[in-house]
Design a protein around this ligand. Structure first.
Ligand SMILES: NC(=O)c1ccc[n+]([C@@H]2O[C@H](COP(=O)([O-])OP(=O)(O)OC[C@H]3O[C@@H](n4cnc5c(N)ncnc54)[C@H](O)[C@@H]3O)[C@@H](O)[C@H]2O)c1
Length: 250
């Protein structure tokens, strides 16, 4: 599946990440089919995407999205509880809970249902993509990548694209192109068995461990660590206290 052939994207899971990803993709012009487990969950997602704090209508109020673009984007998103409604999507992004066995079994099921040339992507926070793709066909393994967005998706610009040795250049191009079309900045990551986590989470966790060590050793207070990072390194927020920086970007 080439980038220019991708018209409809399936979003598996309409939680915190799935709703945000569905939103940016529909604003980018893609038809999006969001699948969650029951009607209540689907209605929650619809509420978040359309009316939520980071949702489309608020984006209009904040002057980030034109009213007619909002209406058009809303019309491009549909919601379902039926996995079979994903059968004809061109590209599928999974954002279900971070449980390896769950992701493996759902992808196995989807491999049977979704058309053979569609590309699969996982928004895992850190699992090895080759392990998530373990039970899909060899042909699908070539059309499998990671796409790691950051929360809240409408605000945070990064998308790490994780490529495996099997991912074809066309697959990688499609993932990168979709992310860029949706206004993301792409950072490439090599899928590596034996590791967990990609770039920004691993570096953030390392810095957080060091900050906690400074507190434990009595060298600095949490408040002073936040002050040092916000004013010494221009971080929008510190580890220990939210300073409202994120909201100002959107
Ligand atoms: N929350 C974050 O900050 C964040 C950031 C980056 C990546 N991630 C990753 O994104 C993924 C989703 O995280 P989240 O925070 O959105 O979780 P979440 O719990 O908010 O949402 C997960 C959704 O998936 C649904 N679900 C479960 N099984 C399903 C199935 N078989 N089909 C369709 N829907 C199903 C659940 O009902 C739920 O609505 C995880 O892998 C997580 O590690 C999370």
């Amino acid at each position: 599946m080439r980038l220019d052939q991708v018209k409809t994207i399936g979003m598996l899971g309409g939680g915190v990440m799935g709703g945000g990803i569905a939103q940016i993709l529909s604003i980018a012009g893609y038809n999006v089919v969001v699948r969650d487990l029951n009607d209540e969950l689907v209605e929650n997602t619809r509420g978040e995407v359309f009316e939520g704090k980071w949702g489309m209508k608020n984006a209009v109020v904040r002057g980030k999205l034109a009213a007619d673009a909002c209406e058009a984007a809303m019309a491009r998103v549909s919601f379902t509880t039926d996995l079979k409604d994903l059968a004809n999507v061109d590209f599928l992004i999974e954002a279900i809970p971070e449980k390896l066995e769950l992701k493996q079994s759902v992808f196995k099921e989807l491999d049977e249902i979704v058309k053979p040339d569609a590309i699969f992507a996982s928004n895992t926070s850190g699992f090895v993509i080759q392990e998530i793709a373990r039970d899909v066909s060899d042909a699908r393994k070539q059309r499998f990548v990671g796409m790691h967005f950051s929360n809240p998706v409408p605000v945070m610009k990064i998308c790490e694209v994780i490529t495996t040795p099997q991912s074809t250049p066309e697959t990688v191009e499609a993932a990168v192109g979709i992310a860029e079309k949706a206004g993301r900045v792409v950072a490439m990551v090599k899928d590596t068995p034996g590791s967990y986590g990609f770039i920004f989470n691993r570096i953030f966790a390392a810095a957080r461990r060091e900050a906690d060590k400074l507190v434990e050793e009595g060298i600095a207070t949490k408040e002073d660590i936040d002050k040092a990072m916000i004013h010494g390194r221009n971080w929008p927020v510190g580890f220990y206290q939210q300073r409202g920086g994120i909201g100002k970007q959107w």
